[in-house]
Design a protein around this ligand. Structure first.
Ligand SMILES: NC(=O)c1ccc[n+]([C@@H]2O[C@H](COP(=O)([O-])OP(=O)(O)OC[C@H]3O[C@@H](n4cnc5c(N)ncnc54)[C@H](O)[C@@H]3O)[C@@H](O)[C@H]2O)c1
Length: 251
């Protein structure tokens, strides 16, 4: 595909389980990628994994709790790859804490990364998408938006996902006249380090048991839905939430 016809996707949390699966799918389907994550070493591993894809790959290590970094990665993507057509906001932290251990700064940290960063990233990419009257943005929430988290230890995290859910709807209305479609994907439990690290095996087993499909999702299963939302085949979905939860919740 000629370089000027290739779409450019900016993926945050690109070194993570879900972000890297999205990167893999978009790289193999003719996209160029700006890969953003705070873990520089893991980004380098991802780039070597994607080396044979033919995609132009730019790594942008960034600490997205810093708003100026959110704006910088958008500016850098446009400088290096010419534009931004697609934004996938997959960076987040779970940051479980006992209720009595939550501090103002731990609360702020999870909000800054999970909710504030997507807001400023969306605002920053939209003027460039509007120039071509085409854009796709996907945010990621969690089943806690529907039913609250299972334990108080994830209360701030789940609340950030509620905020992201509202941002999706508001940016979808705002972007509609500019050809920018904004949606949310809500995964159930996915096999990524966010949940595999720090969750006892019996709890992981219990999550699988309450899920009608009796297992956690592979990240690639969720990534396929995101990739679809980022393409031309999605021409009418905006402001919507797409659940991919193995039947765990049926809101
Ligand atoms: N794993 C699950 O079960 C699950 C369930 C529901 C929703 N989600 C959501 O899916 C998305 C992807 O998460 P994942 O499961 O792939 O987890 P993950 O931990 O594998 O990936 C998250 C990535 O975000 C990056 N990140 C964290 N803080 C950052 C910061 N300050 N600046 C830049 N990058 C930062 C991490 O380095 C990591 O690579 C997240 O929004 C998460 O909340 C995950």
């Amino acid at each position: 595909m000629a370089e000027e016809n290739r779409r450019v996707a900016l993926i945050t949390g690109a070194a993570g389980g879900l972000g890297s699966a999205v990167a893999q799918l978009l790289a193999s389907s003719g996209h160029d990628l700006a890969l953003v994550d705070v873990r520089e070493d893991a980004l380098a591993v991802l780039v070597s994994d994607l080396a044979g894809s033919g995609a132009r790959l730019e790594t942008l290590p960034a600490e997205l709790s810093n708003t100026s970094e959110c704006e910088r990665v958008v500016t850098e993507t446009i400088a290096r790859l010419g534009k931004v057509d697609i934004l996938v906001n997959a960076a987040a932290i779970l940051a479980r804490r006992e209720l009595e251990d939550v501090t103002a700064s731990s609360f702020d940290e999870v909000f800054h990364i999970n909710a504030r960063a997507p807001f400023f990233l969306m605002r920053a990419v939209m003027p460039d998408m509007a120039k071509r009257n085409w854009g796709r943005i996907v945010n990621i929430t969690s089943v806690g938006v529907y039913q609250g988290g299972e334990k108080m230890t994830s209360a701030p995290y789940e609340a950030t996902k509620g905020a992201v859910s509202v941002f999706t709807k508001m940016f979808a209305k705002y972007g509609a006249s500019q050809g920018i479609l904004v949606n949310t994907v809500c995964p159930g439990a996915m096999k990524t380090r966010m949940i595999l690290e720090g969750t006892p095996p019996d709890i992981l087993q219990a999550i699988a048991e309450v899920t009608p499909l009796k297992r956690m999702a592979e990240p690639i299963e969720v990534a396929r839905m995101i990739a679809w939302l980022c393409g031309d085949e999605n021409s009418y979905a905006t402001g919507a939430t797409f659940d991919i939860v193995g039947g765990w919740v049926m809101p």
